[in-house]
Ligand binder design. Structure first.
Ligand code: NAD
Length: 363
């Protein structure tokens, strides 16, 4: 009988990204030791509105190594905010950054690192995964541009499940689905490789189980831990391989109609997977095996229901007359996707996501 390879699809390239990760509960107490490891003696702390108290605690831990705090991080990393923080960093002769918050705060840390090459310690409080990627998206004059540079990859990431316990249940669910989207698209990425696929499947399994449990009981520490673990792995996937239809569509929709990031990902994901499904039978089989579910796009749609995600893009601010515009933009910038971009099918996909209908495989 001929031996068929089941784990490795040849050839492939795997490149590890050099971030030190500390994972656990109470791990934020490692911040001072990490600052010393990275030779930081003049630290700037970055945070957003919910983390004023936590930023103060980190400042106490860092003691005389802490020289300043900037609390103005904003969604989509506006360049004008970065410039204010940069001026402060220069004035204070900062030699290291500690960032606590979601993807918005991490984005600001990365934007500063791009301009200064300062080392970063990041303490994530959502499941967005930006801390594991060498990718930076910035917004200027309403236009979002994305670039890759190892300069922006944090040196140390401290995952402390305690920091996620107060993440409101509504944000937890959609932020977690944002992470699931990274892992799903990694499975059929052009650069897919068996190492990243293994991480992706484990991440999806962890998140799909944990997110409804968190919605039912936001204080469920075990589910919080699994979700954070899944989000870490999802971040590795996002940073390691290219993304496709789902991420491009969310980028277009979010940018054009100023839609909230995580909610847009949660709504679009079941539909993007359903669209691609006919072109990726091996990936769909792996997903079915990993989750023990026959119809994975419908199951993801059900997870959205279980976590109380908005049903459709109409609920989060997309205008109905934006459907045609979204379609034109999705077709205008061709990009790699396992299934060719077919105008009529994509149109049906966008209409369904707008109304919050169930996904249909093959569209
Ligand atoms: P976010 O950081 O804006 O956080 C969402 C909301 O939750 C904010 O209001 C924030 O203040 C609040 N929040 C965060 N943690 C909290 C906590 N523990 N308790 C209470 N409230 C809390 O959003 P996000 O979804 O984490 O990240 C989205 C941003 O990250 C977008 O700008 C996106 O483009 C970017 N992103 C970048 C990458 C990348 O690789 N470059 C990857 C994913 C996301």
């Amino acid at each position: 009988m001929t031996y068929q390879a089941t784990h490795s699809r040849l050839p492939f390239v795997y490149e590890a990204l050099p971030t030190r990760v500390i994972f656990g509960s109470g791990t934020r107490s490692a911040v001072s030791d990490e600052a010393i490891r990275l030779n930081m003696s003049r630290v700037l702390i970055l945070h957003g509105p919910p983390h004023i108290g936590m930023a103060d605690q980190l400042a106490s831990q860092l003691s005389e190594r802490h020289v300043g705090t900037f609390g103005g991080a904003r969604m989509h990393t506006p360049v004008d905010v970065t410039e204010v923080a940069l001026a402060l960093a220069v004035r204070l002769r900062v030699d290291g950054i500690v960032a606590i918050g979601g993807g918005s705060t991490t984005g600001l840390a990365k934007a500063l690192a791009l301009r200064t090459d300062l080392p970063q310690i990041v303490l994530p409080t959502t499941y967005a995964g930006s801390e594991m990627t060498p990718i930076l998206g910035e917004t200027e004059d309403g236009i979002k541009t994305t670039q890759r540079s190892l300069k922006v990859l944090p040196e140390t990431v401290i995952y402390d499940v305690d920091l996620t316990m107060d993440l409101p249940s509504g944000i937890s669910g959609v932020s977690g689905m944002n992470a699931v989207a990274h892992s799903v698209e990694a499975l059929y990425a052009r650069e897919a490789n068996p190492v990243i696929s293994a991480l992706a499947l484990q991440s999806i399994r962890a998140l799909v189980k944990a997110l409804p449990a968190i919605h039912a009981d936001p204080g469920n520490r075990s589910a919080r831990s699994d979700a954070l673990y899944g989000a870490w792995l999802a971040g590795i996937c996002l940073g390691s391989v290219g993304m496709a239809l789902h991420h491009k569509l969310c980028h277009t929709l979010g940018g054009t109609f100023d839609l909230p990031h995580a909610e847009t990902h949660a709504i679009v994901l079941p539909h993007a997977l359903a669209y691609n499904a006919p072109a990726i039978p091996d990936v769909m089989a792996k997903l079915r095996d990993a989750l023990g579910i026959a119809d994975v796009p419908s199951a993801l749609h059900e997870v959205n229901r279980a976590i109380g995600a908005p049903r459709g893009l109409s609920e989060i601010g997309m205008p109905e007359d934006g459907i045609e515009q979204a379609l034109e933009q999705a077709m205008a910038n061709p990009y790699w996707n396992p299934r060719a971009l077919e105008r009529d099918s994509l149109h049906r996909l966008i209409v369904r996501t707008y109304h919050g209908d169930a996904p249909i495989v093959g569209n």
